[in-house]
Design a protein around this ligand. Structure first.
Ligand code: MGD
Ligand code: MGD
Ligand code: MO
Length: 753
């Protein structure tokens, strides 16, 4: 066994051989061969080290552009891009934007390496030897659009609708005009869509039942907290800019508590670290609530004026919850629970940041409701420096013009009981299975954009099967990742430096324009331009078959995304004012400060009939956590990694040079019991699949729990999702159409490889 990690689905060892050959031997090398020599890359390649050395004293030799990091990340940083002779030389954070404060994260500083990476997909390419063969042939855009358009029209003719065509798009680029990808699909007819999100839906529903929507306070206002609980969130890795505000709060006297089963980098900064059994956060919150109730530490006025359901909730607590029970469930000593409850309820304002990691469980939604309840009963909601922060979409009120195109007249889709027609929706969190299961008509073609399902979806082996069963798979991306390798046609996407756009964050309150700073590299196009090119060809072949515009000026289109409300929120009259710099939305520092909630009652709903309608207990009650089956007694957590963002960044040379291979964190006691030493290769497996990975023996994880971080490494066949089952979380359906996914309820066994 060589020293690199490998992964597979199904316990078939031969598959390993095929997979490795496919990955190392042909696909990557094949792609490289297809594109190398077509353009002398040395020119750009040699310039970027200079960008690295570029000094701030010489800024006047550059043209400076405003950009925004469009990744799915809390921070959505404001970037200043330095361009010389049409080449992006360096990037820095924009000091004007008070959340980014002039800094990027480690990933952001690699953007020059990403834009000019020799691994970028440079031209449309067609895989001629079959999916995964690695035999790629460069084709031109016209040919690519012709093949795709003909396939769409042929499928439409064969099945009488465009439902056999399925879109899977998620979060590779959250820039607003990227919703044009959905628009392109709508404009050809009714199609099959991956609906939902793998990210945060359980928590969204929880906050929606409690408060009417997710609307957290300005994270910059965290500095005002006197007590700050970071609950199942690891901002030292996943929201590095938030740490400034966390530290500032602490400097001003706040106590910092971190609750996580893993001693994360964030946990290492805490005044109090609480190691909790995974998925038992609801029990901890309810135990704290019981203590608060018994010791009269709740806020009577707030409950009376702004909350419904307190009596029922208090009765539930008295009836079913004790701090002793909470201790038994969570593994947290009873005294710690009581101290935490007392301190939290008496330090005002107290703020809880509820992370996305903690809700990726079968009871994640209920756990978030229980934590929200703490903020409500102590009257911390609506207070600057208080609250239960999870995320916000207040600043996302754009027109979504790029998305708003309708199916051609007479298109056939799914008929609904109310007489309307719609797309066919499948679950994004059980994508492979649902694609394979779709009937009448079956799914025959996939369009993948801003998405890497082969790496990010559970049951990656099933997703692979779904890919292999298609007649045509088109992937639009910047890199030849696993999904691209299993496609028939790949199309090169631009980076944010090569495009116009506008970005908001789901965390902070800033909105910024993304200026085109450099010309598109090679033959890359933006997703919207690809939609236009496809429409052009479709309409040539079959006039009227696609309603998407066939051309358009991207700055005009950008203007069409704004409306009176966004202008008012940003304090501008025209979007071009954003070319002077990003703007912060004019919202109160504390959400819900007017006490008007968006629930049916207009109050905070401890008792939610809406929750009941969706099949949940109307109260935030404890739902038992998922326990390890006998056969697979250990839990494998797969949270997010510092130097990558899902399947992005870790493939770049600077990242690979710092961290060339993934690892598994395992506690010394378990390692000893299994005869595993630090640095050994281990096999992690369950009925679904397996991976072979290097062990790091560390007491930062508890004995029965391991951690391996989700990521895509370029030359390493590593995929945590070969062992992750598509188990739904309890909530998510109300706000996002499908439940979230319990990525962290993943049980495995381990041996030395
Ligand atoms: N085991 C496990 N799995 C997880 C998670 C976990 O915690 N554990 N987390 C889940 C979460 S929270 C999320 S949000 C998902 C993320 O899942 P995805 O949204 O699929 O993740 P990314 O890898 O960020 O992006 C997908 C692709 O978009 C491409 N891309 C970037 N910019 C563009 C563009 O402008 N156009 C096009 N067409 N493509 C572009 C990138 O190169 C990348 O290949 O993963 C989920 N998967
Ligand atoms: N560097 C980097 N930044 C990112 C991302 C990335 O991939 N890399 N991804 C972005 C995206 S899409 C997202 S969704 C966010 C996610 O960022 P976070 O909200 O920080 O979520 P995670 O990193 O998935 O998990 C956070 C912590 O939750 C813990 N956890 C798991 N289960 C439980 C539990 O049952 N209880 C408790 N208390 N804790 C638990 C994990 O051990 C982990 O330390 O980050 C965004 N920012
Ligand atoms: Mo996410």
């Amino acid at each position: 066994m060589d020293k690199k990690s490998v992964a597979g689905s199904g316990a078939i060892w031969e598959k390993l051989i095929t997979r490795r050959t496919f990955l190392k031997g042909t696909a990557v090398a094949g792609a490289a061969a297809a594109v190398e020599g077509l353009l002398n890359f040395d020119f750009l390649w040699h310039l970027t080290p200079a960008a690295r050395a570029g000094s701030n004293n010489n800024d006047n030799k550059y043209q400076v552009f405003l950009n925004v990091c469009p990744r799915n990340c809390y921070d959505t940083c404001s970037i200043l891009s330095y361009v010389q002779d049409g080449v992006l030389k360096k990037v820095t954070g924009n000091p004007e934007q008070t959340f980014t404060r002039g800094h990027l994260c480690a990933k952001g500083y690699t953007y020059t390496r990403r834009v000019y990476s020799p691994d970028r997909i440079k031209y449309p390419m067609r895989q001629t030897g079959g999916r995964g063969s690695g035999k790629w042939q460069r084709i031109n855009w016209d040919e690519a659009m012709d093949v795709i358009a003909r396939k769409i029209l042929e499928l439409k003719k064969r099945y009488g609708s465009t439902l056999p065509i399925c879109l899977d798009k998620y979060s590779g680029n959250f820039e607003i005009m990227h919703y044009g990808i959905e628009g392109m699909m709508s404009s050809i007819g009714y199609t099959t869509r991956a609906l939902g999100t793998p990210c945060w839906p359980a928590g969204i529903d929880a906050q929606t039942f409690d408060m009417g929507t997710l609307y957290s306070s300005d994270p910059e206002a965290m500095v005002n907290a006197r007590y700050l609980i970071l609950w199942g969130v690891n901002p030292a890795w996943t929201s590095i800019h938030s740490m400034h505000f966390v530290y500032e709060a602490r400097k001003r006297g706040a106590k910092l508590v971190v609750i996580d089963p893993v001693i994360s980098q964030t946990a290492s900064k805490a005044d109090l670290y609480v190691q909790i059994n995974p998925s038992t956060d609801g029990a901890l919150a309810l135990g704290m609530a019981r203590y608060i109730l018994d010791h009269n530490l709740y806020d009577r006025d707030y409950l009376q004026n702004h909350v419904i359901g307190w009596e029922q909730f208090a009765a539930y607590l008295r009836d079913r919850v004790t701090t002793g029970w909470a201790s038994y469930k969570t593994g947290v000593p009873q005294e710690v629970i009581e101290t935490l409850a007392r301190e939290y309820a008496t330090a005002k304002p107290a703020l809880i940041w509820i992370g996305y990691g903690m809700q990726r469980h079968t009871n994640g939604g209920q756990n978030v409701r229980a934590i929200d309840a703490l903020a409500a009963i102590t009257g911390n909601i609506g207070k600057t420096g208080g609250g239960a922060n999870y995320g916000q979409l207040e600043t996302w009120g754009f027109n979504y013009h790029a998305m708003g195109f309708k199916a051609p007249a007479g298109s056939k889709g799914v008929s609904k009981p109310d007489g309307t027609v719609s797309d066919r929706f499948i679950d994004i969190n059980n994508f492979g299975h649902d694609v394979l299961a779709a009937k009448d008509p079956p799914v025959k073609m996939l369009w993948i954009a801003c998405r890497n399902p082969l790496s990010q979806d559970p049951e990656a082996g099933v997703v692979e099967k779904a890919f292999r069963s298609m007649e045509l798979v088109v992937t639009v991306d910047q890199f030849m990742n696993r999904s691209a390798q299993l496609s028939d046609i790949v199309l090169p996407a631009t980076t944010q430096f090569e495009d116009w756009g506008v970005n908001a964050s789901y965390w902070h309150y800033w909105v910024g324009i993304n200026q085109q700073a450099i010309k598109p590299l090679f033959e890359a196009k933006s997703d919207v331009q690809i939609a236009m090119a496809l429409s052009r060809r479709l309409n040539q072949l079959a006039p009227g078959s696609c309603t998407y515009p066939v051309d358009g000026d991207m700055q005009d289109w950008l203007g069409k995304e704004f409306n009176a409300k966004t202008y008012q929120m940003l304090g501008i009259q025209d979007w071009r004012e954003l070319l002077k710099g990003p703007r912060k939305a004019r919202l109160p520092a504390a959400s819900w400060s007017d006490g008007k909630f968006r629930t049916p009652s207009g109050k905070y709903e401890l008792y939610s009939q809406e929750a009941q309608k969706f099949g949940h207990n109307p109260l935030p009650v404890y739902l038992d956590e998922e326990k390890a089956p006998e056969k697979y007694p250990y839990r494998l957590l797969t949270p997010h990694w510092k130097l990558g963002l899902h399947s992005q960044f870790q493939n770049l040379d600077w990242m690979m040079s710092t961290n060339p291979e993934p690892w598994l964190e395992i506690h010394p006691d378990l390692a000893a019991a299994k005869g595993i030493r630090d640095g050994d290769m281990v096999k992690v497996f369950n009925d679904l699949g397996w991976l072979i990975i290097k062990a790091r023996v560390t007491a930062t994880v508890p004995p029965g729990i391991m951690a391996a971080y989700e990521a895509w490494y370029r030359d390493v066949d590593y995929n945590v999702n070969y062992t992750v089952k598509a188990t739904p979380a309890d909530m998510g359906t109300k706000a996002t159409g499908n439940p979230g996914i319990a990525f962290h309820d993943n049980f495995i066994d381990i041996t030395r490889a």
